[in-house]
Ligand binder design. Structure first.
Ligand code: ATP
Ligand code: MG
Length: 745
């Protein structure tokens, strides 16, 4: 889909077309008085993004004109944020303080033109003389000072002869202007304070309205983009550059700042949170700072994508924080391997099992289209999540109960035998039996289950600390510390995780099945003491709570929590899907509960007997389409879906390509065979084609090859991934896997 251009892009296009500028220059001009937040990310993406889009440049400039609040550590944080988000600034970091000498000269020029004067009235008088929106202001008597007098006083201000506040330099514009900003604005004030870069060299400091336009000009900036609060300052911006006759000159444009619910977004307020110790620092994962998001495990891709999604507008509005969370999930869905972690372990002893075995478990579900797997050890003692067993289950509870069996994800179905309790009546252990012929992927047991739960082996599980982060504020427009969420951080010290996560480290971000996305904490994580931060939950639980509150219909949840029981008709379908067609219970559940989807599936099944692959694509891709369209509005038919799945079954295409083909089919209604042919999407399984690509990848990564040979076998996945990437995802993963293995051996 073509991206809609925003008003700034239109202005720039015009300016380049009319040759107003040869090349555009933008800038991101933060004050280094705190860590940048998500609002700054929007400004960064906008300024650097425009420069990139139009082959221009973008400067990073510290607007450091206030010596009492600014520090080097904030400069570093700003630099880190820009770089982490993937942008490059032109040249070195620039500082307004570097221009203090030039700015001083411009002030003198204004005085000499009779356009600026030293005022010496008190602050109270000054605000009284300013007038109001409805009445004109009055000029101070000092405005009559001669040029010589002004020059002399200004120089002595600079030389440190006066106390703070004794005098100021003001522009002589118009005390009765309807724009209050133009009523002789301040240009310089006296501040006896050490500046973090210029030390005690200066004791007069320029005001924003004076320093900003001139700094823009000095840097050759063309488009000076700021937020709407500065709309009224634009007149000063123009007055200054035009009065001084500076050309070619920059112009100021304003856009709406980002406001987000449940989020405080001002450095001034955020610094209070840091200073009061409510959070652990600027990079606390609950902070809306870029450093906080980074530490929490958000990806830069997700943040940049969010900033693009929310767009640039000229009217203020508030964005829902769940939109940011959506972008994170969307990004991690295809990146984060699925693994199993148990937060509150409950021991389960499988009475009829002896010895142990290794179960092969894929890291990604089929619809993600990524390969890779690990082995899970299954033996007599395992741990499950405490709340995945319930002795007195409420209606619609789908997990283990005294009468309801459950599947261990990637493993067997187990059934309850006995609950062992301590003297207080708390369950300390469950005794269960497993069903040998119920192994996942090869289940002939005919036992009906309604969900699959995560588990870890008692023998091999590793202890980890898990930090569960939630929103910092309960109020959707937080004003003060009273609005803090007391449960914004819950630390689980003794969670248990499958060993591959901490030994193989194939990723820093994982999806812990049924719990959410998690990130190895970059600060506190060590091999002895692994720590994971919760990045985001799997579903938007907050919106759901809100919806519940409004008594809206709650979306059905399939594998977790309390849900509506199946009707008789749905029961029947569910039973057919799990027993006859061997579908996994999650997918069976989705199909059973949705009549339209179920009918669609049955029709496709008549054409092609491939229940599992058909159900996969129908419950994901087709279901997504049906959220926006009625079934008779769809451009494709069940027959076309079966043709698509047939190609998948025949390994002519990979599941990733199947997804792409589906997207096209959903838009055009074209036959999948035709799409595949025309776009050249046929999966490559030919050894003669793949082998040279493998050779090339090996040659390019000789260092990793050495590491592999030296024993780092974890790199196997890296090579497979690199080869798949080199073929644009067109190679048959199975064949690549085999060939890479062969070649490495
Ligand atoms: P804060 O009030 O949080 O300190 P600020 O506007 O004073 O923010 P600056 O460091 O002066 O912060 O801002 C640097 C740039 O970032 C400016 O161009 C400003 O317009 C932009 N910016 C700041 N906050 C937002 C926001 N919420 N949305 C979009 N841009 C923002
Ligand atoms: Mg500010």
């Amino acid at each position: 889909m073509e991206k809609k251009t925003n008003f700034l892009e239109n202005i720039i296009k015009d300016d380049l077309k009319t040759k107003k500028y040869e090349k555009i220059v933008t800038r991101f001009p933060p004050e280094p008085n705190g860590f940048p937040h998500i609002g700054h990310a929007k400004s960064i993406c906008l300024n650097f993004g425009l420069a990139k889009e139009f082959n221009g440049l973008c400067n990073l400039r510290m607007d450091d004109t206030n010596p009492t609040t600014e520090e080097t550590k904030y400069v570093k944080a700003l630099e880190d944020a820009v770089k982490w988000l993937g942008f490059e600034y032109d040249g070195e970091i620039r500082y307004t303080s570097d221009y203090f000498p030039e700015l001083y000269e411009y002030a003198i020029k204004l005085i000499k033109m009779g356009k600026a004067y030293v005022d010496s009235i008190s602050e109270d008088e000054m605000s009284e003389f300013r007038g109001t929106v409805t009445s004109a202001g009055k000029r101070s008597k000092f405005a009559e000072r001669t040029i010589e007098e002004n020059l002399d006083l200004f120089e002595r201000m600079k030389n440190g002869e006066f106390e703070n506040g004794a005098h100021v330099l003001r522009a002589k514009i118009d005390m009765s202007s309807p724009n209050m900003q133009l009523r002789d604005p301040l240009l310089y004030r006296i501040r006896h304070a050490s500046h973090f870069r210029t030390g005690d060299k200066w004791c007069i400091y320029p005001m924003y309205d004076f320093a900003h336009p001139l700094s823009d000009y000095l840097e050759g900036v063309t488009h000076s983009i700021c937020t709407l609060e500065f709309e009224n300052n634009r007149d000063i911006y123009n007055w200054l550059l035009d009065t001084l006759g500076l050309s070619p000159r920059p112009y100021q444009y304003e856009f709406a700042r980002l406001n987000m619910n449940y989020t405080m977004m001002s450095k001034r307020k955020l610094i209070e949170l840091v200073k009061s110790g409510v959070v652990s620092g600027w990079d606390d994962p609950r902070m809306p700072t870029i450093a906080g998001y980074k530490r929490k495990g958000y990806t830069k891709e997700a943040i940049v994508n969010f900033c693009e999604q929310i767009g640039v507008a000229k009217a203020n509005s508030t964005v829902d924080v769940s939109q940011l969370e959506f972008c994170i999930r969307d990004d991690l869905n295809t990146k984060a391997p699925r693994v199993m972690c148990v937060l509150e372990p409950l021991k389960v002893v499988i009475e009829n099992y002896e010895g142990s075995e290794e179960l092969e478990a894929d890291y990604f579900p089929p619809d993600v289209g990524k390969s890779g797997s690990r082995k899970l050890t299954f033996s007599k003692e395992i741990y499950i999540q405490k709340d995945d067993f319930n002795e007195n289950p409420p209606k619609g509870y789908y997990r283990l109960t005294p009468t309801q069996s459950v599947r261990l994800k990637h493993g067997y179905i187990i059934s309850f035998k006995e609950a062992i309790k301590d003297s207080a009546g708390n369950i300390t252990e469950i005794r269960a039996i497993y069903h040998p012929n119920s192994k996942s992927g090869n289940d002939t047991s005919g036992i009906k289950v309604k969900s699959a739960i995560q588990w870890v082996s008692a023998k091999t599980a590793k202890k980890v600390e898990v930090r569960l982060y939630d929103r910092l504020f309960l109020s959707d427009s937080p004003k003060s510390m009273d609005d803090l969420n007391p449960n914004s951080l819950i630390v689980v010290k003794n969670a248990l995780i499958e060993p591959a996560v901490v030994t193989e480290k194939i990723s820093q971000r994982f999806q812990f099945e049924r719990l959410g996305y998690f990130y190895a904490d970059p600060v506190d994580y060590s091999d002895e003491h692994p720590v994971f931060n919760k990045i985001v939950g799997l579903k938007d639980s907050w919106t759901k709570i809100e919806e519940l509150k409004q008594e809206k219909k709650v979306k059905k949840e399939h594998t977790q929590g309390e849900v509506k029981p199946l009707s008789k008709e749905e029961e029947k379908r569910f039973s057919r899907y799990t027993n006859e067609l061997n579908l996994n219970s999650e997918i069976a559940n989705t199909l059973a509960r949705d009549e339209t989807l179920s009918n669609f599936f049955e029709k496709a099944l008549l054409e092609l007997n491939s229940p599992s692959n058909l159900a996969n694509i129908i419950t994901s891709q087709v279901a997504k389409e049906l959220k926006s369209y009625d079934v008779d509005e769809l451009k494709f038919t069940p027959v076309q879906i079966s043709s698509l799945v047939k190609m998948l079954d025949d390994e002519l295409i990979s599941s990733k390509i199947a997804k792409d083909v589906f997207e096209i089919m959903a838009q055009t209604g074209d036959e999948p065979e035709k799409i595949v042919k025309e776009k050249g999407l046929i999966q490559i399984s030919d050894v003669n084609v793949i082998m040279p690509i493998i050779d090339e990848v090996f040659a390019k990564n000789s260092e990793n090859l050495e590491k592999y040979k030296a024993g780092n076998t974890n790199l196997f996945g890296f090579f497979v991934g690199a080869v798949l990437k080199a073929t644009g995802g067109k190679a048959n993963p199975k064949v690549v896997n085999e060939l890479v293995k062969k070649k490495l051996d």
